[in-house]
Design a protein. Structure first.
Length: 395
């Protein structure tokens, strides 16, 4: 166990009920450039209605604490969300599916309209689990839309139903998934003490679950089974508790990056390192999940002027991403993020090299991507040339 993890898990943390009884991220200041504004740049955009936490592209974000929704949550969503209700050939199932598709396309108002109809239908049936499922979808839609008041209201309804109707405890995966989002909402509202208490609670609870899981698994299947064989052989039965622990650490690390100062960066690095180890173990070092996570951490750190740390993580994936087909759409944005970190750590020639590669990679993309990367390169060249003395040549 990491030293800081040990400290984290033995520290006094207020009960989760107190933490959730109740911001805006700090703005960074750079050298006058605007090219940092859209760093988490990804694939094609889509229609958005009703606002939202995504700026554009599948892996784009605004610079808030949204990494949570981009990696672990999309990978193990069936574990973290309320369990899927089997309603084959049922109109309620179709409504929930349609709302989910609207949400993924960032058409939030459309999703909410469908969910309101689904909720009426579920309540008419008086079936507890489908009702909870619809409330969960409603909460997540408002959360991604950044309507935090409504998201908070519906997440609390979900928590209440999980405990009172479905017998869930605060260490169950559904409870942990909702609690992380409630902690994020508290952070956005500026209640950082309660938010951190919530994140710590989730980490501590899931660490305990994971440790018990590993003990039982070793007894049942043998302690000498190699990790890669265990993952391949037993799949989600083995990996889900570990992946959820990775998600809690990732969420907490992003909270520290976005809301805490330089004194907490050593903790951040340890947590991210641990998250990456878990990702390597479960998904592989060159998986789309791992690359996406490296990009998200790097982008968040760049936006907070933590350039050395950003460079560390972006450098890990800068070559691997070329061999991951699912990440092809991320290449221009990834290279821009890496170029930004290189520029601010004194490697200006290397920064130009990757900015030019980003322009080359974007030629097969849409006009918006090409426009973004070209502007990024132009701004970078201006900043670099601004610091150079003029030379006079005589012939």
């Amino acid at each position: 166990m990491l030293p800081s993890m040990s400290k984290l898990c033995t520290s006094t943390v207020r009960p989760v009920a107190a933490a959730f009884s109740t911001g805006t991220t700090r703005q960074h200041h750079s050298s006058g450039r605007s090219r940092q504004q859209h760093h988490r740049h990804g694939g094609s955009g889509g229609k958005t209605n009703g606002g939202g936490r995504w700026s554009y592209g599948k892996s784009a974000a605004t610079g808030g604490t949204t990494v949570l929704a981009l990696s672990w949550m999309t990978t193990i969503k069936d574990v973290l969300g309320i369990e899927k209700v089997q309603l084959d050939a049922d109109p309620l199932k179709e409504k929930v599916k349609q709302s989910w598709l609207y949400r993924k396309r960032r058409q939030y108002d459309d999703a909410i309209q469908v969910l309101q109809l689904a909720l009426e239908e579920a309540e008419e049936r008086k079936e507890d689990m489908p009702i909870t499922r619809v409330y969960d979808e409603m909460a997540n839609t408002f959360y991604e839309k950044m309507n935090l008041d409504e998201a908070d209201k519906y997440f609390r309804i979900v928590i209440q139903r999980l405990v009172q109707l479905h017998g869930k405890k605060d260490f169950d995966p559904e409870f942990i998934g909702v609690s992380l989002k409630l902690a994020d909402i508290l952070a956005h509202r500026g209640d950082l003490e309660s938010a951190e208490s919530g994140f710590k609670h989730c980490v501590r609870r899931q660490m305990k679950v994971m440790e018990e899981h590993m003990k039982k698994f070793s007894v049942a299947h043998g302690a000498l089974v190699e990790d890669r064989h265990t993952v391949d052989t037993f799949g989600p039965m083995y990996t889900d508790p570990i992946a959820l622990f990775g998600m809690t650490l990732e969420a907490y690390a992003n909270f520290l990056i976005n809301y805490c100062g330089e004194t907490r960066m050593a903790e951040v690095e340890e947590y991210i390192d641990e998250v990456m180890k878990i990702s390597y173990q479960i998904y592989g070092a060159s998986s789309a999940h791992t690359i996406n996570m490296l990009n998200n951490f790097g982008a968040t750190l760049v936006l907070k002027n933590r350039f050395e740390l950003a460079k560390k993580y972006l450098a890990i994936g800068v070559d691997r991403i070329l061999y991951v087909n699912e990440c092809a759409h991320m290449l221009p944005g990834y290279y821009c993020n890496y170029a930004e970190s290189l520029f601010h750590t004194g490697q200006k020639n290397e920064a130009l090299e990757f900015a030019r590669k980003a322009v080359q990679m974007s030629r097969s993309g849409d006009d918006r991507v090409r426009h973004y990367t070209q502007n990024f390169l132009n701004d970078l060249e201006k900043d670099i040339n601004r610091g150079k003395p003029k030379s006079w040549w005589f012939f």
